[in-house]
Design a protein. Structure first.
Length: 532
């Protein structure tokens, strides 16, 4: 055949949405290539399975590691990324957050026409099947991504919101509403007790379309570029090479780690670095892999009593009971991810938008859940929303099966150090409030020996980890921005028939969880592509 009108590379949060939207046109032929599998297992469907999915390298999780981080005691950090249909939306914490309106207005101020808050809000509304409905014009009720309120009956979540207010912070009834700042309850991408990934929301309803071809276990090795145009995509099924022709456009949706990796393997990037990696340069774009940004996170722990935590709900034979109850009846603790409350706060006066986020977890989380904890407790994840540090992703060789090198470069800027220090102080301030007195039973981490600013900074360097929000490595930029990889239409600069559509195109990191903004980018891209 002559090739597909659209070849979508990567069936993750963006790729599933994009392939489904483009295949709505029966005249358009769409092929989706995904390196992983179908992700239909109960562990993926069950919200409580998130801990097992994130902590280990497996068929659902690429399980990357950073290179030694010079400002984090030269530690290599664990970087889970979703593998299989749904991508990271199939293994994430299921928090639905869009970011602050100023995040997108800032993109417009960079010269990116069509990316202001007023421009992107209609796409957020279009994707949402929101439990709040369209009551205030800020939410959509009929979109494919079902969004629910948490269903936990634990008193912890209300107590956390009350503790925040007692500490002098505001409360908000809707983090995605008119007021983001304050303590409140998260919206969740959970529907009827099941994880609602983009595979469930977008792709599976579209699979019956005759114009949509989905190929799983297909590891993309390179995009073939001839005479300045993407003409084919090469991939492996097991050890067998295969190729699909591109009649219209190749749409790269492999994420902030693997989209730059695939571009570099295809000869697109900095010529000197490509040569060092054994790849012949076909198109010079020095920004490929640069501009990496991520939310660095610290986790504070307290013992607790009087609460059913993830530990007490699943210890011993109860874990089997939780699984069987969920499998047979769809009920019980398997429907929950034990993370339903938190906050968006400002680290200092004078900020126009929050720069700290809190996730309150009914569990003691250590090292991404890799360390088994055998006691009841709760945790605060606290992350800096607007890091000034920048890193990069680059290939190590021309081997398409080798993991790329990730240099996150966390805490390379003094402001990032200051904000992380404030996170610890705010966490302690909130945890000490009377609303948590009935449950709190002593601070475990950082612990009593960490008090001074120097001690806090050292503890952050020893323990901080990613909270899984990398972006920016194929950034959008206006004409004249030498480091821009794509333009405002998401077209790879200087090439025909190739766009990048995923979190890697964000020029700056939004101040929230990144899954919803990634899906929004795919929704907006679908309209741009169809209008071309």
């Amino acid at each position: 055949m002559a090739g597909y009108d659209y070849v979508v590379i990567g069936g993750g949060s963006a790729g599933c949405a994009l392939a489904a939207r483009l295949s709505e046109d029966p005249a358009a032929s769409v092929c989706l290539l995904e390196a992983g599998g179908a992700n239909k297992e109960m562990l993926v469907r069950m919200p409580a399975g998130v801990g097992s999915l994130i902590k280990a390298k497996n068929k659902h999780n690429w399980g990357f590691w950073t290179e030694p981080e010079p400002h984090l005691d030269n530690r290599r950090l664990w970087w889970p990324r979703g593998r299989g249909l749904g991508g990271s939306s199939a293994i994430n914490g299921m928090i639905y957050m869009r970011g602050h309106p100023q995040d997108y207005d800032e993109w417009r101020q960079f010269g990116l026409a069509g990316w202001s808050w007023d421009d992107v809000l209609p796409y957020f509304r279009r994707l949402e099947g929101h439990h709040r409905g369209p009551s205030d014009g800020l939410h959509g009720a009929d979109g494919p991504l079902r969004i629910s309120a948490g269903e936990s009956d634990s008193p912890f979540h209300d107590a956390l919101v009350a503790a925040g207010q007692q500490a002098g912070y505001p409360a908000t009834s809707d983090f995605n509403g008119a007021v983001m700042e304050g303590f409140g309850h998260y919206d969740l991408t959970i529907a009827d007790g099941q994880r609602w990934s983009t595979a469930a929301a977008y792709l599976r309803p579209a699979l019956a379309r005759s114009n949509l071809t989905v190929i799983t276990d297909a590891r993309t090795t390179r995009i073939v570029i001839e005479h300045g145009r993407a003409v084919a995509v090469e991939y492996l099924v097991g050890n067998r090479p295969a190729r699909v022709e591109v009649a219209g456009e190749a749409l790269l949706c492999a994420g902030a780690v693997q989209s730059p990796q695939i571009l570099q393997l295809s000869g697109v990037g900095d010529p000197a670095r490509l040569k060092d990696s054994g790849v012949r340069a076909v198109h010079e774009l020095p920004g490929v892999g640069e501009n990496l940004q991520d939310h660095l996170d610290i986790i504070m722990h307290w013992r607790c009593h009087g609460l059913t935590t993830a530990y007490s709900a699943t210890k011993g034979l109860r874990q089997l009971k939780v699984g069987l109850e969920y499998l047979l009846r769809g009920t019980g603790y398997g429907r929950q991810q034990f993370l339903e409350s938190g906050a968006f706060l400002c680290s200092r006066a004078g900020l126009s938008r929050p720069d700290i986020q809190i996730h309150g977890v009914l569990a003691i989380m250590r090292d991404h859940g890799k360390v088994q904890v055998k006691e009841d407790g709760f945790s605060f994840h606290l992350c800096q929303l607007r890091p000034e540090s920048r890193g990069r992703v680059t290939i190590a060789s021309n081997d398409p099966l080798a993991d790329p090198l990730i240099f996150a470069n966390y805490l390379s800027q003094p402001e990032d150090v200051r904000v992380m220090r404030e996170c610890v102080k705010i966490g302690r301030e909130v945890a000490a409030q009377a609303a948590l007195d009935p449950y709190r039973d002593g601070e475990l981490s950082p612990g009593a020996d960490v008090r001074s600013d120097a001690e806090i900074d050292a503890w952050v360097r020893r323990t901080a980890e990613t909270i899984y929000h990398p972006v920016g490595t194929c950034k959008m930029g206006a004409d004249g921005d030498r480091m821009a990889v794509v333009d405002a239409q998401l077209k790879v600069r200087g090439l025909e028939g190739l766009r990048v559509v995923d979190a890697s195109v964000m020029p700056t990191l939004v101040g929230s969880n990144t899954n919803a903004p990634t899906i929004m980018i795919a929704e907006k891209a679908a309209d741009m592509i169809r209008a071309a």
